[in-house]
Design a protein around this ligand. Structure first.
Ligand code: KE4
Length: 434
């Protein structure tokens, strides 16, 4: 596949922006090829600067559950933009989106709009610390919650050892307040809270992990988080930036029947425009400025154009359950087909899926923990990724990301993808048989 124009554009971009990108994963560092520069997108397809067409399973990393450039969303943006892009003042559309989020997610009694998932999780952590007066937070290895300082922390060696920064520029004195446990390890949660539960401000967790590939939270693990935080006066934060309105119209908390104290949103809540949000218990949210002493602000928060995109997206999802039925069915066809094709070629593979987000791991299953994920063969993944890209299948360039299927994906898209996968797996066989 000729990507000469993307190569030229990438050389120029690398002189202008770090790594030529505005978000690291897009630089294709893991897979060692030029990232296609995307020129346009519609439905389940994207086209690069060289005119190559791809079936898209990145979907802007989650927002495009309706498919790209959905008519209702584009129309809403176009009509709203005519009246101005941003006022820095209250506007009715903010209340409309807030009402919709609060209706669809019962645990959210009050919500604050921000501009990204990172802003949402950063603010939710501050809310937990401000509300409880405590400093320590707990996260889980393999979960990603954006690039806020307190969340760029990897596990310390033991459970109680303080976190170590996973990025330069994060002060050790701050990192020490973040403890990292193993995902899906309910016993470790009980043990930690038994020791220092009354020092913990909050626990933040992806109810379905989507940043180590897709690893569903076990119901007992999530229930334990809810019980232990409640018992010790800490807050449970569900980071639903990825799962929110993805795995269900009522989010992962709707699927699991667990009500967190706070929830963070991003991606789909903005329909492709920069929107994040955090919300939950009214007694917590009423501590946020200007009502209370926990400060958080944003120039473009709640701007009408972004609100219009999010509102049109959620309204479309709420009005037609067929979107979830189609996206989930196509996702099931896809991941089950990938598993079968890999098996036929004798390639060790496991798949996980929740709704329309899934993952193919190049590892024997089951994949239920971060340790399981780490058994994946990253070289096999890289060769699979490159083979699929050259056959017009646009996947996330990392084993530790999700496949996103939307309601615009057709059975034809899936068939094309599985045909490509069968060809690629054939080329991988010798590596496996060696
Ligand atoms: P943003 O700041 O990128 O909008 O959201 C951060 C974030 C927070 N929480 C969860 C569960 C997330 O998945 C994310 C962002 N997800 C990544 C994809 N794995 C965004 C892609 C990127 O970093 O470019």
């Amino acid at each position: 596949m000729d990507r000469a124009k993307s190569e030229r554009l990438f050389e120029e971009a690398k002189k202008l922006m770090p790594g030529g990108v505005n978000s690291p994963v897009r630089a294709y560092g893991n897979v060692g090829t030029t990232p296609p520069f995307i020129a346009r997108a519609k439905g389940s397809r994207v086209w690069d600067a060289d005119g190559n067409e791809y079936v898209d399973y990145v979907g802007s990393w989650g927002p495009m559950i309706l498919g790209h450039a959905h008519d209702a969303v584009v129309e809403a943006v176009r009509e709203t933009a005519k009246n101005g892009l941003s006022f820095g003042a209250p506007c009715e559309l903010e209340s409309e989106l807030a009402k919709t989020v609060e209706r669809l997610v019962p645990s959210v009694e009050m919500v604050r709009m921000v501009n990204s998932g990172t802003e949402a999780t950063m603010s939710a952590i501050r809310a937990a610390r401000g509300f409880t007066g405590r400093d320590r937070i707990v996260k889980f290895e393999g979960c990603y919650h954006g690039h806020g300082d307190s969340l760029l922390i990897k596990a310390g060696s033991g459970m109680l050892t303080t976190g170590r920064p996973s990025s330069k520029g994060v002060p050790a004195d701050l990192a020490k307040y973040t403890l990292t446990l193993q995902y899906n390890d309910a016993e470790a949660v009980r043990e930690l809270f038994g020791k220092i539960g009354d020092e913990i401000a909050g626990v933040i967790v992806e109810p379905v992990a989507g940043n180590m590939g897709v690893v569903p939270g076990k119901p007992e693990f999530l229930r334990t988080l809810s019980e232990e935080t409640r018992k010790h006066g800490a807050l449970l934060i569900f980071d639903e930036v990825m799962t929110g309105f993805r795995v269900d119209l009522h989010c992962a908390q709707g699927l699991y029947g667990i009500e967190p104290d706070l929830t963070t949103f991003g991606k789909i809540v903005g329909g492709g425009m920069p929107v994040g949000a955090y919300g939950g218990r009214a007694d917590v949210m009423k501590q946020i400025a200007p009502l209370g002493g926990i400060y958080q602000a944003g120039t473009l928060s709640g701007n009408p154009v972004a609100m219009a995109a999010g509102l049109a997206t959620l309204r479309e999802l709420e009005s037609d359950p067929g979107h979830y039925a189609t996206a989930d069915a196509r996702a099931a066809e896809l991941v089950d087909g990938l598993k079968r094709a890999a098996g036929k070629a004798g390639i060790p593979a496991a798949v996980n899926r929740v709704g329309s987000m899934g993952c193919l791991f190049f590892a024997e299953g089951p994949v239920e923990t971060f340790a399981d994920v780490q058994r994946s063969d990253l070289d096999l993944f890289k060769r699979y990724f490159l083979g699929m890209l050259d056959r017009g299948i646009y996947l996330a360039p990392s084993q530790f990301e999700a496949i996103f299927v939307g309601s615009a994906h057709t059975s034809g898209d899936v068939a094309k993808t599985l045909e490509a996968a069968e060809e690629v797996f054939e080329t991988l066989k010798p590596q496996v048989e060696r």
